[in-house]
Design a binder for this molecule. Structure first.
Ligand code: PLP
Length: 395
């Protein structure tokens, strides 16, 4: 039931979210508490954001240190944490350079602008179209929703930005047919998140890269959700060892502080010279310090390898539910970005789990999505799977 506080919230805030009737007040590790003092095990992690859980001591300490030192001075000057972070990202990825911003949508905006500018600088302004994927999700700004292959997200905002074509995700032949001399880039999530936790077949990215190379087209990966260790590799595309020209990050990058990044090769990022693109807040010392501490913790605690192992265990446990309940159709995903495709409405299951002390969420109506902190323990997974077993048995 909704409390007075929730009713007030519903009166004064834009109604863009249908929130669960839960007021969360505190978090530690994989546990969240509500204003009634009830505890919940968190399998949402702020939508694949808090990979080190809540209030991780190392990140908190770094943030407190930086809060006493310097928050923001704009990008008119050099600042220390930002450069440390850029160097780390360059060291662990295909990229040579990084542009920092404040969200996933902004990172994708930057990628779209960069791809167009790259060809305009080469005297090929006709190369301005981007081939994106059906069921994709790239954000809610005008350009990124124009790049998003889901009608429910695009609806009501016409005219959209021109220049986006869509093909089915995972189908290399359809992509080959859609790419032509007007294409500047192919944009895809190596593992689709909001679209339903979907992983393409094993040869897919390699074929995509070949199609891009054959046509002289840039390849952009949106790893905003599937990157940063979430799938059991630092970046999801590393499962198939096919590098892009541009990659976007956000969600887990600063473990809960808002931050986005657009990474590219030297050759491609050359199109972003002084004045070509900018943001007031991008990469402030404060958020950068949190991201640096996050990456250092990833190394010190071997978080990615741990995610790979725990993810495998979680998947096996979920697979057993497929045989046990008629309404469970399939397990999807990779690492700790997992989905359970149901034959029934997912929201009821989400609510029943919430009542039993577990936070999960649901995408596309009938796919339960699990994206817990990467430090989740097997015991927590066992407890959730038992809860699901019970909830699904009750129909
Ligand atoms: C969440 C998400 C975005 C948008 O990020 P925001 O920070 O909400 O703008 C873009 N792409 C993918 C794959 C995402 O999961």
């Amino acid at each position: 039931m909704k409390s007075e506080f929730m009713k007030q919230a519903d009166r004064v805030m834009a109604a863009t979210y249908a929130r669960y009737p839960l007021v969360l007040t505190r978090g530690s590790g994989c546990t969240l508490w509500d204003d009634q003092g009830r505890a919940y095990t968190d399998f949402v992690a702020g939508i694949a954001v808090c990979s080190l859980g809540h209030a991780h001591p190392r990140v908190v300490a770094a943030l407190k240190r930086q809060a006493d030192t310097l928050w923001h001075v704009s990008n008119l000057y050099y600042t220390l944490p930002q450069v440390t972070l850029a160097q780390k990202l360059v060291d662990i990825s295909f990229a040579d350079r990084v542009f920092f911003c404040n969200s996933g949508a902004e990172a994708n905006e930057a990628a779209i602008k960069l791809a167009r500018k790259y060809f305009q600088d080469r005297g090929q302004p006709q190369r301005c179209r981007i081939v994106a994927m059906a069921q994709s999700f790239h954000g809610r700004t005008m350009a990124t929703l124009s790049a998003t292959g889901q009608e429910k997200i695009r609806k009501g905002f016409a005219p959209l930005l021109e220049g986006f074509d869509f093909v089915p995700f995972g189908n290399a032949e359809a992509l080959a047919a859609a790419v032509d001399e007007r294409t500047c880039a192919v944009l895809l999530e190596p593992v689709q998140g909001e679209g339903g936790v979907r992983v393409a077949g094993d040869g897919y990215l390699k074929s995509v890269r070949e199609i891009c190379d054959r046509n002289g087209v840039l390849l952009i990966y949106d790893e905003i959700q599937c990157g940063m260790g979430r799938t059991g590799e630092m970046f999801a595309h590393q499962h198939w060892q096919v590098a892009p020209d541009i990659m976007t990050l956000a969600k887990a990058l600063a473990n809960g502080l808002p931050m986005g990044a657009m990474l590219a090769t030297e050759e491609v990022m050359a199109a972003f010279g002084a004045g070509a693109h900018a943001t007031t807040f991008g990469g402030t010392p404060l958020v950068s310090a949190a991201a640096v501490a996050t990456l250092e913790t990833f190394e010190k605690e071997d978080v990615v390898a741990r995610c790979r192992q725990t993810g495998r265990y979680f998947r096996k446990r979920l697979e057993r539910l497929v045989g046990r309940h008629e309404c469970v159709k399939a397990v999807r995903g990779l690492g700790l970005l997992l989905g359970l495709k149901l034959g029934i409405e997912g929201s009821r299951v989400v609510e029943a789990c919430m009542q039993r002390g577990f936070l999960i969420n649901c995408v596309q109506g009938d796919i339960l999505r699990f994206a817990p902190p990467l430090i989740i323990e097997k015991g927590d997974i066992d407890a959730l799977v038992e809860c699901l077993d019970e909830v699904l048995r009750d129909g």
